[in-house]
Design a binder for this molecule. Structure first.
Ligand SMILES: Nc1nc2c(c(=O)[nH]1)N[C@H]1C(S)=C(S)[C@@H](COP(=O)(O)O)O[C@H]1N2
Ligand SMILES: [Mo]
Length: 161
């Protein structure tokens, strides 16, 4: 299979920990490991079932921070007091194999969809430190947006044309 994007970066120090890039129209771009997700933000738990087109219903229990907490801490380039300004923003989440998906800011915003979307640090009680974080979208019926081995989270405004 042709790789369309780079896999999560392996750190020299541990040999196994991987990181993903937090980038785009944000004040504080960063490289985050699963350990960062585990230790820097409040943890949430999601017990989910989603449908996979090839393997049917999948049941997993994930733990990790809300994507919203991580994204807000990065300082998105909008006026946080203005709902319409926030509603222009998108998030694009990439996996190490090139699989990519988009979310609207409004999905994760407490004044709009308020969906508890996670950047998982564990799956079924096992750490994702060596595999990379996985996006958890409890509001989705199917599994396509449960992007695994996350390599990049881009945040930015929708284009004008
Ligand atoms: N990086 C990446 N993540 C991915 C996919 C993929 O092809 N690449 N497939 C998605 C699909 S279609 C499904 S159903 C779920 C399957 O998750 P599971 O095998 O962990 O249950 O992963 C999702 N995450
Ligand atoms: Mo799937």
């Amino acid at each position: 299979m042709t790789r369309l994007s780079t896999p999560p970066t392996r750190t020299a120090a541990s040999g196994t920990a991987v990181s993903f890039a937090l980038c785009g129209e944000i004040a504080r771009p960063a490289s985050l490991t699963v350990a960062d997700l585990r230790t820097r933000y409040p943890q949430r738990r999601a017990d989910v079932i989603f449908d996979c087109a090839t393997s049917g219903p999948r049941h997993h229990i994930f733990e990790g921070p809300l994507l919203r907490e991580v994204a807000v801490a990065a300082g998105p380039a909008f006026d946080a007091r203005r709902r319409k300004d926030r509603s222009r923003f998108l998030l694009a989440v990439s996996g190490g194999d090139g699989h990519r998906t988009v979310l609207s800011w409004a999905e994760i915003d407490a004044d709009f969809g308020d969906v508890p979307i996670l950047l998982a640090a564990t799956m079924d009680g096992r750490s994702l430190a060596s595999a990379g974080s996985q996006l958890v979208v409890p509001s989705d019926r199917c599994g396509a947006r449960y992007v695994s081995a996350i390599s990049r989270v881009w945040i930015g405004a929708c284009p004008e044309c």
